[in-house]
Write a protein that binds this ligand. Structure first.
Ligand SMILES: [Zn+2]
Length: 465
């Protein structure tokens, strides 16, 4: 039963969390159907509120219920309201109850530094089927990883160079996360994805479900980043690149193990499923040793032991996830394709770590990210609009309270993005088939996002003004 290195207790915990959050989103339609059936009964409003409170733990907007006798009950608004309320509760719970662990994991941070890295910067594809990549598929503490999803994992090179400069500067000035003279590097990881069961349809949409193209594009982007650092600062040695692939059916990863001279081959990888079956009958210690040996072999020569340890850890962690999918999803996910519950636009979303919960459209200004958002809207035309349900869009802009004026800029940015979203999809917006929730969060503190308002109704906060 399972692999000797699998963390069963953690698997059970992760399953419970995933199940609890998703079922809170998934029961919305069922409960609203029951509420809709009540709309011509006497005491409709009271009955509807009682049912909502009992099923969701929150009440519905009175204005919408009160209008039901005049026209039809506005199910589109109610649906969006429920999705946004559920999102708010999920976010609050994440920051107050720490379902995936707390703010910091110093043991892991020192492990990463021992491996020779001072920052873990990971770009998965924005596809919702990779939203759990950090906390589930790779089992890394979310607080120790800088995550920046992009469609097709095509991260922005300039912004990453800026992040690299900030990171190195901080090491020089503050000795954080470690002293600048310590021989560690900035590790940039790209996670592309593919489907082992339906490779031509359920792969990465941004790369036309072409695995080889997804891998080579990711690798090219990594090379561009290193080149940019080397050309501008002649210290390329401080950047290490790592290319990973994720099978969205089984969550098994493939690691393109760099060779001794630091080169990565887009056509060669070490498959975690292969490592799993090779070591499944061994005792834990022997299995660990065999994994390390397998990584060294794959590198085809002497790669740094730190890299071997880091990759071995990823493989060991992924073995738990392979068993997770075997145990709770019969070896492959039932939702092979898209099943996201909402779109997340902007920057932030530190609290989202569940597969197929959110489609991310990274957007810092109105101009950029529109293409990613178009992909998201297209996905939700299939998921929601085809059923007469609106597309729920959560807009988010994180800020740093330590920087003067940062919150105000984040608020304005949220408002601009919301206006741009409603402008870009005017037809949907006018029909009530697109709704936005505006949120900001102080990234300097471990606390939930603050809700500014939504396209649905005036919030009590707005009314107070
Ligand atoms: Zn993708």
């Amino acid at each position: 039963m399972g692999h000797p290195l699998t963390n069963r207790e953690r698997n059970q915990w992760l399953w419970t969390y995933d199940n609890q959050v998703k079922s809170s989103f998934d029961k919305i339609v069922e409960v609203l159907k029951r509420i809709s059936a009540l709309q011509h009964e006497p005491d409709f409003e009271q009955k509807a509120q009682a049912l909502a409170l009992d099923s969701f733990g929150f009440s519905l907007p009175e204005e919408v219920l009160a209008k039901a006798w005049v026209t039809q009950l506005d199910m589109r608004s109610l649906f969006a309201w429920c999705v946004f309320e559920t999102y708010k509760r999920t976010s609050e719970d994440f920051f107050t109850s720490n379902p995936l662990g707390g703010e910091e994991d110093t043991a892991f941070d020192s492990f990463v530094q021992d491996c020779g890295f001072h920052l873990l910067d990971v770009t998965p594809c924005a596809d919702g089927r990779l939203a759990h990549a950090i906390s589930y598929a790779l089992r890394l503490p979310f607080s120790s990883v800088r995550r920046r999803p992009y469609a097709g994992a095509m991260f922005d090179v300039e912004r990453t160079v800026t992040r690299w400069i900030k990171t190195e500067h901080r090491r020089h000035r503050e000795g954080v996360p470690n002293q600048a003279h310590e021989d560690t590097r900035y590790l940039k990881v790209v996670i592309y994805h593919f489907s082992s069961l339906d490779p031509h349809h359920q792969g990465c949409a941004a790369h036309g479900s072409n695995d080889a193209l997804a891998a080579s594009s990711g690798l090219n982007r990594l090379h561009d980043f290193r080149q940019a650092v080397e050309n501008s600062f002649c210290c390329g040695a401080s950047v290490t690149l790592l290319l990973l692939g994720l099978d969205t059916d089984t969550d098994a990863i493939r690691i393109h193990v760099p060779t001794a001279d630091g080169a990565t081959n887009g056509n060669r990888w070490l498959d975690a499923r292969e490592v799993y079956s090779q070591t499944v009958t061994m005792a834990p210690d022997a299995a660990r040793e065999a994994i390390g040996e397998r990584v060294r072999q794959e590198a085809g020569g002497a790669i740094e032991e730190g890299m071997v340890r880091f990759i071995s850890r990823l493989l060991e962690n992924n073995i738990s996830q392979i068993d997770f999918v075997r145990q709770f999803h019969k070896g492959a996910y039932g939702d092979a394709g898209h099943a996201e519950r909402f779109i997340g636009v902007g920057i932030g979303f530190k609290e989202i770590h569940l597969r197929n919960l959110t489609y991310f459209a990274h957007m810092e200004t109105v101009e950029e990210g529109a293409a990613d958002l178009d992909v998201g809207i297209k996905i939700f035309k299939g998921l929601n609009i085809s059923r007469g349900l609106p597309v729920p869009v959560v807009i988010r802009h994180d800020f740093h309270s330590s920087v003067p004026g940062s919150r105000e800029r984040a608020v304005r940015s949220c408002e601009r993005i919301a206006a741009a979203v409603h402008g870009r999809y005017q037809d949907l917006s006018r029909q009530g088939l697109l709704h936005t929730l505006l949120t900001v969060r102080d990234g300097d503190h471990h606390k939930p996002p603050e809700v500014l308002g939504s396209s649905l109704l005036r919030t009590p906060m707005e009314e107070a003004h």
